[in-house]
Write a protein that binds this ligand. Structure first.
Ligand code: MOS
Length: 745
């Protein structure tokens, strides 16, 4: 029997068993003799200066080794030179322990290093710190008058500025038949992966560092450490083999990495720094964002004017931007458009990409505005979207590399039973519960970055593939094995994947829904080169059956090279390696996206989401009882892991629309619910019937694999679909997430 293609099979995650049994080690679980533990001291003021530290009592404790502050930190390369971070926005990055200035509440201002974690944490409580406080601003809504246009920088390659205005928006809007103007607010959120941020730095005798870091980019962390501490990159090895979730929080090197490396270099000992849950709220967050929409249509529901404006928060030191307003005209055609994006600098830590950054925020406003329009026009919400369906990317006038959104609408609606919806709000009931049906559209960009991969056929005839890429829990390792297996015609069991180590071939940060396309393309490039090498070696064998053949005449299947037309004529990989004096056959290859060709297309995954909610009329309690997400994301490598990605996004959508929010005390400038008891996320009882459809979508332009990525799209369309369902159930439109029960009463 021939090995069947691995791509398309619902294979369980190869590391799944290790993760659920605790065998997979996280960055904070590597133990070495003499390990020291660091505990971070965070500022309790929001803005001002540190006047003094009294460290006496803390230092007097037996077992406390050192207390680092800005007063005794080593001088470092980065304080004069460069900075490297693949997700850094324009501006100047945060520098831990740089000076006495405090610029955000919870900013790390010291590190206690002790023989145990508990001792370090206790010692930190004995520190006396004098501050001089200054006035600050942390409330976006109070400071909208200060909004400015963001600077353009490196990170904007993946975050384009808003498209240019088209036509005359104001005039077209004024003359439109149906109009909706609305304002939306989206509060702060924190990533809160299960695994806490941690770094264990092993100081090797020869001045080299081995660093176990929680990160979404081993090479990103390696470059950061090399640049800042003035070390040769070869002397810095960053390993991140298993990651317990990240959602964007690991796209930038975090301050525990800096502090752990600094302490290890100074003390010449291994040092681990682990953040606790409350400290997970002290770096990076999804920014507060205010949005305004004005959409106008003709009498048939065709949009003629569209304005989407977003004002997000950033820090004083960096212009963190998101793509919030570029989506509306990608989805819906309109001759007159005005898309605007601005920032307000606040006294907060720089915001940070959080799953579907910008897209999940923008779609809230766009899709709820569309919903409101549908009621004004008395057109079914899905029908309104089909009326305005844009075959091409109308914002740039480019074709899509592929777009099967229409099928998402149709198949999703069918599976959900959308046709049974009574269009009238408050018209559907089940006992004392109001029932609402809502829908919305999702869109997310399909990117692809350069990467390398190594592929080896070993003496057993098996395949080994490696890349520095991480697996933050998406199933990356499994997908890599599937793609590699098909390249060489081997069963997945005969493929060994290594990853998550900066010593391995180059990979960018894992995120942006671009990792399958990026690493998959690198594996394809390596697979192709390895096939050529194997074939050449097979031809060079004594009395080779292939001596007069070309690579086109043979097939790679079942661990053998065989003649296409007569499969019985074959040579196994094992025999080829044996003939190569037992030396493994290897190749390392680079894959670069065809940027020139890609510029001709807009590339995006799409989804249609249908949601049923039940709202208790007396209590306002909202329950998402059913949801269907139909996704068109190109080729699906693994339907099981892909479905899990979408389901994860759907669970998060319930969270986003109904549960989670970081609550700020604007007088103190402080986040008040820095724990999972008060930072509400859904529990099992909140999650009911959820279904995922992958619509068939062939894409020969996007990349060689035809993949668009599924990591983020699951979180884009469903939050507004929930808000729209709540409106349908109750007749109340709440344009602020999360929707609180009391706002319905
Ligand atoms: Mo994602 S926000 O690119 O980890």
């Amino acid at each position: 029997m021939s090995t069947r293609p691995a791509i398309g099979q619902p294979i369980s995650r190869l590391e799944g068993h290790m993760k659920v049994t605790g065998a997979a080690k996280y960055a904070g679980e590597y133990n070495v003799p003499g390990l020291l533990y660091g505990y971070v001291i965070n500022s309790t003021i929001t803005k001002g200066k540190i006047i003094s530290f009294n460290t006496e009592a803390a230092k007097a404790l037996p077992g406390v080794i050192e207390i680092f502050t800005h007063e005794n930190r080593p001088s470092l390369a980065w304080f004069d030179l460069s900075y490297a971070d693949m997700d850094a926005p324009p501006g100047s990055p945060f520098r831990p322990l740089y000076n006495a200035e405090v610029s955000s509440n919870g900013q790390p201002i010291g590190l206690v290093v002790a023989e145990t974690f508990e001792l370090a944490r206790y010692a930190a409580t004995l520190m006396e710190i004098q501050y001089e406080e200054e006035s600050f601003r942390v409330d976006l809504k109070e400071n909208l008058a200060e909004a400015h246009t963001p600077s353009i920088g490196m990170a904007t390659m993946l975050k384009p500025p808003p498209p240019k205005p088209k036509g005359d928006f104001e005039e077209a809007f004024a003359n439109s038949y149906a109009q909706v103007s609305a304002e939306y607010f989206h509060g702060t959120e924190h990533h809160n992966p299960m695994e806490l941020f941690a770094t264990t730095t092993i100081y090797e005798g020869d001045g080299k560092l081995t660093i176990y870091d929680k990160t979404q980019g081993t090479i990103n962390s390696q470059l950061y450490v090399g640049n800042i501490f003035g070390l040769h990159f070869k002397d810095v090895r960053v390993i991140s083999p298993y990651v317990g979730g990240a959602f964007g929080s690991g796209l930038r090197p975090q301050y525990q990495l800096f502090l752990s490396v600094m302490a290890a270099l100074e003390l010449k000992r291994p040092v681990r720094v682990t953040l606790d849950r409350s400290q997970m709220f002290t770096f990076g967050h999804r920014p507060q964002t205010v949005q305004y929409t004005r959409f106008g249509t003709d009498e048939y529901g065709k949009i003629i004017a569209m304005n989407h404006k977003a004002i997000g928060e950033t820090s004083k030191n960096e212009d963190y931007t998101e793509n919030v307003v570029n989506w509306a005209n990608m989805l819906y055609a309109s001759k007159n458009t005005l898309m605007q994006y601005e920032l307000v600098d606040l006294d907060v830590f720089s915001p940070l990409d959080m799953r579907a950054p910008g897209g999940s925020t923008g779609s809230h406003a766009i899709e709820s505005t569309m919903d409101e329009l549908s009621y004004k026009l008395k057109i079914d919400p899905m029908q309104l979207r089909l009326i305005n369906y844009s075959e091409k990317d109308d914002s740039l006038g480019r074709p899509y590399s592929s777009k099967e959104l229409r099928q998402c609408y149709l198949q999703g609606a069918e599976r959900f039973g959308w046709a049974e919806r009574n269009p009238e709000p408050r018209s559907m009931r089940r006992g004392n519960k109001l029932i609402g049906y809502g829908m919305a559209t999702g869109i997310w960009e399909a990117n692809h970055l350069p990467a390398r991969a190594e592929a080896i056929i070993d003496s057993e005839g098996k395949l080994q593939v490696s890349s520095a890429v991480t697996d933050i829990g998406t199933g990356m390792m499994t997908i890599m094995a599937q793609i590699a297996a098909d390249e060489l015609g081997l069963p997945v069991e005969d493929v060994a994947i290594s990853y998550g180590d900066s010593k391995m071939p180059f990979a960018p940060i894992q995120g942006g829904s671009f990792t399958t396309s990026t690493i998959g393309s690198a594996i394809k490039a390596a697979g192709k080169a390895l096939r050529k090498k194997l074939f050449k070696k097979a031809k060079d064998m004594d009395s080779s059956i292939f001596s007069s053949m070309d690579i086109e005449d043979v097939a790679f299947r079942d661990g053998k090279i065989s003649v296409k037309d007569s499969p019985a004529l074959s040579v196994s990989f094992k025999e080829i390696v044996a003939a190569n004096k037992g030396k493994a056959i290897k190749t390392i290859n680079f894959s670069v996206p065809k940027f020139f060709k890609l510029k001709k297309y807009s590339r995006a995954a799409h989804s249609a989401v249908f949601v049923e909610v039940e709202v208790d009329e007396q209590l306002g309690v909202i329950n998402v009882t059913r949801a269907v997400t139909a996704v068109a994301a190109g080729r699906i490598i693994n339907p099981k892991t892909a479905r899990s990605q979408i389901l994860g996004g759907m669970v998060w959508s319930v969270s986003k629309a109904l549960r989670e929010e970081t609550i700020t005390d604007y007088r103190l400038g402080k986040y008040m619910n820095q724990n999972l008891g008060e930072y509400h996320i859904p529990v099992h009882a909140d999650i009911h019937d959820m279904d995922v459809i992958f619509v068939e979508e062939k894409d020969e332009n996007v990349n060689e694999l035809g993949t668009k990525g599924v990591g983020e799209i699951g979180l884009v369309g469903m939050p507004p679909a929930i808000a729209n369902a709540v409106y349908h159930a109750t007749g109340k439109r709440i344009n602020q997430f999360p929707i609180h029960f009391d706002s319905l009463l």
